[in-house]
Design a protein around this ligand. Structure first.
Ligand code: GLN
Length: 489
């Protein structure tokens, strides 16, 4: 059988193929679905495919094209969606037993916008349960394997969305990022992953983990495709009061501007922890940026050391509140254990439902979050964390007075072995050190591939490493321009 074209497709190649009638949207959708079906056993990246919905959207694209109507910026592009984003009529599980059979009654705004732009949703991707994790090993439906290095994790929590793009079973995908869940898996799988400014993309229909930190963003194989997807999903949405009214620029049109003279900051607090091949590859990337005419200088983000503690207080506090809704009444799963004869039946139902259907990491976070919000501890933990969060954000505000963009590693190490860190949650939490600061500040950040290690995986491939680029609020355009120039160098 000849090599399928699927893994090479980009938004541009599909737009071009449809325009020149080399293929139809239905043909591309069929090809993507078949390829995903065949390849998925290698990675477990898709939890389900939705052929009916995909073929119906694709047929509508073909109809519009035949009628000479505009079919949209993502016409015919096969797109996978992290299973924390609601898809009407298509099961959405958050990789949790709690929502194993949950069929949402409405679409997330990002999904509506993608389909309005002709994008073809082909399936839902595996992730850490309720997006809590850094390795995709916290899924009720089993871990995802990194397509580049099958003995390794793909990163998390949006591991499936990164894997399908790396594997070529989707052209682009959507993930969610609360503390690094788009950038880190993008780095581990060697693809582009973008966390937009907080509020840039509506969270309506994104199942809440930590509402003040949750973002939806794209994965793709090149910067241009992420820019195209972000343009479609960004913008004010009356259904999300935290979504920003700022106009959405044409990110793709802005890609080719000059980066000569751009001022780039390298945070000393990050680089002093960075070791091994990851640090080498980031230093090489910085040298490349200099060659491209950027002015690179050291900057300081002095509150960095407090970021992990701050994040794990705030995100667990918000999670404990957000996840209180899974009570056995409203969302599908209910324990059949009604408790002993002397027990309060209602409390027994709550306890047994939550006890049986949440995984260990989710329970750990609900307990931690409940504790930091409890009477007597609120001021010491939650309120304190909010104050430190403001300091972390101020570090960035100060830095962006001196520089246009900041570059940094995404993760202290490349993809680790499946099982290597599962019994050590603290070491797993520490792996978020470079991504959490940007999330707490709500600024746009992304990962763009910057090379592979000489360390080999079991499949004898080098391990991908991403370069993180961070910009000030709503400066996605500048961030894309720098990433695109770097990618082309
Ligand atoms: N790894 C981080 C966590 O476990 C980030 C998760 C995320 O961004 N959703 O919370």
């Amino acid at each position: 059988m000849s090599q399928p074209a699927m893994p090479q497709h980009t938004v541009e190649s599909i737009t071009e193929g449809l325009r020149t009638k080399r293929f139809s949207a239905v043909e591309i959708a069929r090809e993507a679905l078949e390829y995903a079906e065949r390849e998925n056993p290698k990675t477990n990246a898709y939890l389900m495919l939705c052929p009916e919905r995909a073929l119906a959207t694709a047929a509508e694209v073909d109809r519009k094209l035949a009628a000479g109507e505009g079919a949209g910026a993502l016409a015919g592009v096969p797109i996978a969606v992290k299973d924390v984003i609601l898809t009407k009529g298509v099961r959405t599980t958050c990789s949790s037993k709690m929502l194993e059979n949950y069929i949402p009654p409405y679409d997330a705004t990002a999904i509506e916008r993608i389909e309005a732009a002709g994008g073809v949703i082909i399936g839902k991707t595996n992730c850490d349960e309720f997006a809590m994790g850094s390795s995709n090993e916290n899924s009720y439906f089993g871990p995802v394997r990194n397509p580049v290095a099958p003995d390794r994790v793909p990163g998390g929590s949006s591991g499936g969305s990164a894997a399908v793009v790396a594997q070529g079973t989707a052209v682009v995908s959507l993930g969610s990022d609360t503390g690094g869940s788009i950038r880190q898996p993008a780095s581990f799988c060697g693809v582009v992953g973008v966390t937009p400014t907080y509020g840039r993309v509506s969270r309506y229909g994104l199942v809440a983990f930590a509402s003040s930190l949750d973002h939806i963003g794209p994965f793709s194989r090149n910067v241009r495709d992420s820019a195209a997807v972000l343009r479609v999903i960004a913008g004010r949405d009356p259904m999300d009061s935290t979504s920003a009214a700022a106009p959405v620029p044409d990110y793709t049109a802005g890609l080719n501007g000059d980066v000569r003279g751009m001022k780039i900051g390298l945070p000393v607090e990050y680089m002093k922890h960075a070791t091994g091949e990851t640090a080498d590859l980031v230093h090489n990337a910085v040298a490349k940026l200099r060659e491209m005419g950027c002015e690179v200088r050291d900057i300081s983000l002095p509150s960095t050391d407090y970021a992990i503690a701050t994040y794990y207080v705030i995100c667990t506090a918000e999670a404990s509140s957000n996840l209180a809704r899974y009570d056995g009444v409203r969302y599908t799963f209910r324990s059949t254990d009604a408790g002993g004869p002397d027990e309060n039946k209602l409390l027994a139902m709550y306890r047994n439902t939550r006890g049986e259907a949440f995984g260990d990491e989710v329970k750990r976070r609900i307990m931690l979050g409940t504790y930091v919000l409890s009477h007597g501890y609120y001021d010491a933990y939650y309120l304190k964390a909010q104050k430190v969060r403001a300091l972390i954000a101020r570090d960035f505000t100060n830095a962006f007075k001196q520089v246009d963009a900041i570059v940094a590693p995404v993760s202290p190490f490349p993809a680790f072995r499946i099982g290597e860190k599962v019994n050590d949650p603290v070491s797993m939490y520490l792996s978020d050190i470079y991504t959490i600061t940007g999330s707490l500040a709500g600024i746009p950040c992304m990962s763009v591939p910057c090379g592979v290690t000489t360390e080999r995986s079991a499949g004898d491939a080098g391990l991908p490493v991403g370069l993180q680029i961070l910009c000030n609020h709503f400066e996605e355009q500048k961030m894309f321009r720098l990433a695109h120039a770097f990618e082309n160098s």
